[in-house]
Design a protein around this ligand. Sequence first.
Ligand code: UDP
Ligand code: MG
Length: 313
Amino acid sequence: MDLSIVIPLFNEEESLPELSAWIEKVMVENDYAYEIIFVDDGSTDNSWQIIEELRATNCNIKGIKFQRNYGKSAALNEAFRAATGDVVITLDADLQDSPDEIPELRRMIIEEGYDLVSGWKKKRYDNALTKNLPSKFFNAITRRVTKIKLHDFNCGLKAYRKKVVKGIEIYGEMHRQIPVLAKWAGFRKIGEKVVEHRPRKYGISKFGWERFVNGFLDLLSVTFVGKFSKKPMHFFGSWGTVFFTIGLCISIFLVVSKIIDASLPLTNRPLFYMGLTSLIIGMQLFLAGFLGELISRNSPGRNSYIIEKKTGL
Ligand code: UDP
Ligand code: MG
């Protein structure tokens, strides 16, 4: 199988026939062995019925339907488990991404050796104020924090080498951070291609302004988890030590000064409360570290490595 085309969708009934015909055209022109995996993320319109009708006319079309709306990340994750193509391409269902980009994306993976190629909607057909501007800001922060040189992390049009989609798990709302997840999993060759973007033809956008708040929080989680999930004590323990030491020094200073001069007031001094608070925070952080260690020790993913090669075994 050359290609798996993965399409998450939520209430996109109008776009599906057009999209599927367009993809088919590109596949036939290039003579690819392919599959199209539609993931219906709990649509309440006729999307699933249309997918079944399309499957009746083209056996390369496959479908997964969720019981309810779990979100784009869950849809992508499920399709990645099912995909069998050497290269996996993700595409939004709303016709904003052009299937004509697929051959070049595939070529970059196969011939130029990229693990992941992300689309870059350089000229974007969305609302400038509510989407394009905040998105620029979000991308700039993500670029800085993760040191991945991409302009458009959240582009729905992406291409992956098969072992990348099999090696990462997209949980929560992490579809905006897939390049980061891939980098943490050790896939370093991440590239970018300017892609054509088109205005939404049917229906409405499924994400509101809260995407930027959530996107930012997810960025914090993903960098924290990527760095410390296997060793939570290194984070909590070091800050715990800092706070506890500060508290201890203040307490020792206060006790010594009280011994030297018994008339000095103790409990009505700000320093006393600062020392006390610092000691408590320090201990709390240690406690959080120990709990984190227990959780990570018992988590099923504690030893999940991706083995690249073996010899003599
Ligand atoms: N989508 C989904 N589940 C959701 C929300 C969206 O599968 O809960 C799909 C949606 O149908 C579309 C893609 O994710 O195919 C991108 O969504 P949308 O076009 O609304 O996002 P935007 O282009 O506004 O960023
Ligand atoms: Mg869209």
